[in-house]
Write a protein that binds this ligand. Structure first.
Ligand code: NAP
Ligand code: MG
Length: 499
């Protein structure tokens, strides 16, 4: 029996802040929203209330195969990849315009689906738009180079797209992670199948409707929600998928690397977990440092891969920092309804993660760490946890070693610069790191010594779509954003001519 295409109409939804819109609920394949072959759906929850918002179609393996066939057709049999690249840039510009027109709606969808505060969601949508605009501008920056090997030859290189790319993203930044991957892939002439996280597929499907409105041709963008083990594996093992880009946990990242390599040696980029260190030196200006520490660990309820989840304070400032940090958090960080503009922190995105964080808080207490503030739930309804700080920790504790991925941080003490750096670098992860100091030499020296893909100085979790982002060690490989990401979506052909 062949593949059966049954279109499915969007559902009318009203967001908790009162915006009524049409939410696509089908798999987005070949510019159509369609039902899954096995007709399965999954319930999408609002984590602030625990209520179901809508049911979304959940893909079967046959759906992934169909999506790959459509993407391959668009790549091989249409002029998507070979046309003047500026034309792709125009599609992406139009897409960014449409996102801008829908900024408040997309922010509201994000807050309803993910639980983050509306202010954060607005920032995320803006960063996503920036990323699509950068991709539009970058679409024709694919020039190769000529290589001089002496008079007997002419050599030149061409940068070409890779082909059909599978993209698998997590639930902490549903729209931003999508934009980081989709924009550069399309700009370079690839065709994509993206799998959103099962907890947060709503904005990805809404975004799909905008790609269609922007006129992006059939098969170029496909968005296929469904269980990671099945849809993800179907992508990573598929013989026609040539690249997989993944953001998520280190364990799944390793599985993806094995499957992608074992099937057909796909190119892979991996953005994985972290346990990033944020160093506060004796001369740091506490007034500037406190908001940076807060941004480091409590932004997005700590569900950021680069969260500064290990704070290291130099001995001369340690006691002062503990007192000031506690006061600052208890005075300023209100937790609750993410649509209430006065709240700093919203809900944890799903029940599983909520339980994981509470488990780690108990582990910390059992290990003998002291709780400076928080350490408990913030509400009986929905998934809310108080900003939690542990002190009097030692470096072998699980709460210091393992990624918690929640509003939970440890503070350790160090004596010399060398000690602080050694403690910061004592991790299998290497995603982010932070330095708080007023001394330029200390800042630049320590930035060189830290083993991480990003170092922030006197700021933290501070992203710009022009600055590359990615991991050292088990935090992954490949880069997103900056000019580096475009390297990850092209391959180089060398042409050598004998004269
Ligand atoms: P996850 O469990 O690894 O899931 C990430 C994505 O992979 C989801 O779409 C998931 O689908 C899918 N997946 C699950 N099993 C799979 C498999 N066997 N093959 C292919 N795909 C599979 O991570 P998460 O819990 O959602 O996200 C939190 C983690 O992501 C943290 O460790 C965090 O550090 C990391 N992260 C890293 C970055 C970065 O840039 N480095 C950014 C954000 C998050 P389902 O949703 O259906 O399970
Ligand atoms: Mg949700």
């Amino acid at each position: 029996m062949g593949y059966k295409i049954v279109e499915i109409a969007p559902k009318s939804i009203t967001t908790p802040n009162g915006i009524t819109y049409e939410q696509p609920v089908g798999l987005f394949i070949n510019n159509q929203f369609i039902k899954s072959q096995n007709e399965k759906t999954m319930a999408i929850e609002n984590p602030s209330t625990g209520e179901n918002v809508v049911e979304v179609c959940s893909a079967a393996k046959e759906d992934v195969d169909y999506a790959v066939d459509c993407a391959e057709h668009a790549f091989e049999k249409t002029d998507w990849a070979s046309q003047d690249p500026r034309i792709r840039g125009r599609y992406l510009s139009k897409l960014a315009d449409l996102m801008e027109e829908n900024l408040e709606l997309m922010a509201s969808i994000e807050t309803m689906d993910n639980g983050k505060t509306i202010a954060l969601s607005r920032g995320d949508v803006q960063l996503a738009i920036d990323c699509i605009r950068d991709a539009a501008a970058y679409s024709d920056k694919t020039d190769g180079r000529s290589v001089n090997t002496g008079d007997g030859y002419v050599n030149y290189t061409i940068r070409e797209p890779i082909g059909v790319c599978g993209q698998i993203i997590p639930w902490n930044f549903p729209l931003m992670m999508l934009a980081w991957k989709v924009g550069p892939a399309l700009a370079m002439g690839n065709c994509i199948i993206l799998k959103p996280a099962s907890a947060t597929p709503l904005n990805a499907l809404f975004f799909a409707s905008l790609t269609k409105k922007a006129g992006i041709p059939d098969g170029v963008v496909n968005i296929v929600p469904g269980p990671g083990g099945m849809v993800g594996t179907a992508l990573t093992t598929h013989p026609k998928v040539r690249k997989v880009a993944f953001t998520g946990s280190t364990d799944i990242g390793k599985d993806i690397a094995v499957k992608s390599s074992g099937s057909n040696l796909k190119k892979i980029t991996l953005e994985l977990g972290g346990k990033s260190a944020h160093l506060v030196f004796d001369d740091a200006d506490l007034e500037k440092t406190l908001p940076n520490l807060v941004n480091g660990i409590f932004k997005n309820a700590g569900q950021i891969c680069s969260s500064g989840s290990r704070i290291y304070a130099q001995a001369g400032i340690y006691d002062k920092l503990l007192a000031a940090f506690k006061e600052y958090i208890e005075k300023n960080l209100k937790v609750g309804d993410p649509f209430d503009e006065s709240n700093f922190q919203g809900a944890i995105t799903n029940k599983e993660q909520y339980n994981t964080i509470l488990k780690y808080i108990n582990i910390g207490k059992d290990e003998g760490a002291k709780v400076l503030t928080g350490g408990k739930v913030a509400s009986e309804k929905g998934y809310f946890i108080k900003p939690t700080v542990f002190y009097d920790v030692n470096e072998d504790m699980r709460i210091v070693k393992e990624e918690i991925f929640g509003p939970c941080v440890t503070i350790s003490k160090f004596e010399t610069i060398e000690d602080g750096v050694a403690m910061a670098n004592d991790s299998e992860f290497g995603l982010g790191a932070g330095i708080e100091t007023e001394n330029l030499s200390t800042a630049l020296k320590v930035a060189k010594m830290l083993h991480s893909g990003t170092v922030w100085i006197n700021t933290y979790n501070d992203f710009d779509s022009r600055v590359p982002f990615g991991g050292y060690k088990q935090s992954g490989y490949g880069r997103e954003m900056g000019s580096e990401v475009y390297e990850c979506y092209t391959q180089t052909k060398a042409v050598r001519i004998k004269l």
